[in-house]
Design a protein. Structure first.
Length: 230
């Protein structure tokens, strides 16, 4: 995504680029070579910084050379990069020639279409009513957090894990005590845990996803596929 590394771009915007502009004030020409650009995130980000820095100084020429760009990656990620940049730096995205209101309109339309599709699919499983989202909202929250926010692969993996946790125990007659014994833990005869250990896995199946949520938040707060903020 744009400006993915905060510290380097902060140094660029506050020190490096202003000094470069002052040094080139005579010829009013800035030349920058961005190597190993890959998806083009860095050169786009630098172009945004320069557009903001030179906004009140007409007559400047900028030559930004980006090399080692992956055409395949650029073709697949360009739309997503523009959308994310439009949310955080709309003026800079407009300066690069993109129609930000049109981008927002298309994203909103696509979101509405996906919401409608989800309603059709969910309507075959749940009772179709205005509040039908409330019945699955909690479990969807578990899926997103377990998989990792902002990760499509994480959402897919989280949905599979939560689905298995909800359905597989239903086919088992084993109890929590049997599962604890398999793990090598045995409760004493007078233990307060004895009533809990008598519960079957099928009885506690609805609670298992939320127990997984607690474990993930303790061990890996960003989720299985999420990335920790810098």
């Amino acid at each position: 995504m744009f400006f993915r590394d905060a510290h380097p771009f902060e140094a660029l915007s506050q020190r490096v680029l202003p000094e470069l502009v002052r040094a080139r004030a005579g010829e009013r020409l800035v030349k920058i070579w961005c190597a190993a650009a890959s998806s083009g995130q860095e050169p786009y980000s630098i172009a945004m910084l320069l557009a903001d820095l030179l906004a009140g100084h007409p007559g400047w020429r900028v030559r930004l050379l980006a090399t080692d760009i992956s055409q395949r990656m650029l073709a697949r990620t360009r739309a997503g990069l523009v959308i994310r940049a439009a949310l955080t730096h709309p003026e800079m995205v407009e300066a690069l020639g993109h129609d930000v209101p049109r981008v927002f309109m298309l994203v909103f339309g696509a979101g509405c279409a996906l919401a409608g599709l989800a309603g059709v699919i969910g309507g075959m499983t749940f009772v179709t009513e205005p509040a039908m989202a409330a019945s699955v909202g909690a479990i969807l929250f578990v899926v997103v957090v377990v998989g990792g926010t902002g990760s499509l692969a994480g959402a897919f993996a989280g949905s599979l894990i939560v689905g298995l946790l909800q359905t597989l125990p239903l086919a088992s007659a084993a109890s929590l005590g049997d599962a604890a014994s398999a793990l090598g833990w045995h409760a004493a005869a007078g233990s307060a845990w004895r009533p809990v250990l008598k519960l079957t896995l099928a009885q506690v199946a609805p609670v298992l996803p939320y127990l997984l949520l607690v474990v993930v938040l303790v061990v890996r707060p960003q989720g299985l596929f999420g990335k920790r903020d810098a």
